[in-house]
Ligand binder design. Sequence first.
Ligand SMILES: NC(=O)C1=CN([C@@H]2O[C@H](COP(=O)(O)OP(=O)(O)OC[C@H]3O[C@@H](n4cnc5c(N)ncnc54)[C@H](OP(=O)(O)O)[C@@H]3O)[C@@H](O)[C@H]2O)C=CC1
Ligand SMILES: CC(=O)N[C@@H](CCC(=O)OP(=O)(O)O)C(=O)O
Length: 349
Amino acid sequence: MSSKKKVGILGASGYTGADAVRLLARHPNAEITALTANTHAGKAMGDVFPHFFMLDLPKLVEWEKVDWTSLDAVFCGLPHGTTQEIIAAVLKDNPKIKVLDMSADFRLRNKDTYAQWYGHEHRALELQGEAVYGLTELYREKITSARLVACPGCYPTAALLALVPLAKAKLIDVDDIVIDAKSGVTGAGRGLKQNTLFSEAGEGLSPYSVGTHRHAPEIEQEIGVAAGSAVTINFTPHLIPMARGELCTSYVKLNGATPDDLRTALEKAYANEPFVHVARKGVLPQTQNVRGSNYVQIGVIADRIKNRAIVISTLDNLVKGSAGQAIQNMNLMFGLPETAGLEQIALFP
Ligand SMILES: NC(=O)C1=CN([C@@H]2O[C@H](COP(=O)(O)OP(=O)(O)OC[C@H]3O[C@@H](n4cnc5c(N)ncnc54)[C@H](OP(=O)(O)O)[C@@H]3O)[C@@H](O)[C@H]2O)C=CC1
Ligand SMILES: CC(=O)N[C@@H](CCC(=O)OP(=O)(O)O)C(=O)O
């Protein structure tokens, strides 16, 4: 009998689900036994994503048709709002399944903050209270014993890995953080949308949700925990003409520290981290350095303005920004080597 963990992927016809398939198909300790879709249900995975021609994968089915009793874990790449209802139904009858949610449904701890930003009351409040925030480097211990892990959004992962150690060490003024972020268009999912058409996204750079993006409260929640006080940040996302990749430029005010102190604090925080690389002085992170990999690269640059510094972080939104981080968390939850299935080097150029 195979000792591999049997995993299912909800939303396998979407981008995060498909990247989970790409990575899990070569994971030494996992076996994909169920894949779900909505409009694509009934199709072969190889017809929906022809780049999987070499894999023998289960057919895409509606989530109600999955034999949940045979699964050890489920990855969830569904739209937010939909996830909470489906996961509540699955866990009700199959309470032992481990859930790696890549949507936003269980990330915000405060139910009022959730309702304010997502426009409705949470429909699985108990699970919202149970979920562990899945930023591996910050919550490793809690993730190890969790049943439901709310993997962070791609922007929060990039921003928080750069800023949390600095907020914790009180090296920066947490009331003066400006995050300027850029994402490739896969960040918006595979569904047809006007703003991600090649003709509209291919030759321009567009800011969106300025001052209103739902990742602001998620970032504030975790910087607030690190700082020990509520914070408000300035966060502006942009859509850039490339498929995958994300880069966050954070402008910070120093609390009497130097930019070199910031770099030293980050190096110390991530000295034993397999997937976070602090660039040496003078090296600027760029999306090409992490594309297709589970790595995050962070760099610190002195600003010409006195008492300010610039912290740049980059990741692949479909790997460390979603499917890769979810697999890293699954590895912890099953006591597997944390890096299993995730050691790919960036696809450069
Ligand atoms: N893309 C990214 O970089 C990141 C995305 N996320 C989050 O991960 C989740 C998935 O994102 P992404 O993969 O980009 O999205 P996609 O739009 O590419 O895929 C969504 C998936 O959900 C399925 N689906 C849609 N509606 C329903 C429904 N009512 N019932 C069951 N299944 C449904 C779709 O099926 P079908 O195609 O058959 O209709 C598809 O498989 C979202 O919550 C997103 O915000 C998080 C981090 C990064
Ligand atoms: C380019 C783009 O549209 N990106 C998405 C973020 C993707 C992500 O991380 O979203 P979740 O919080 O839903 O998981 C957005 O801005 O909504």
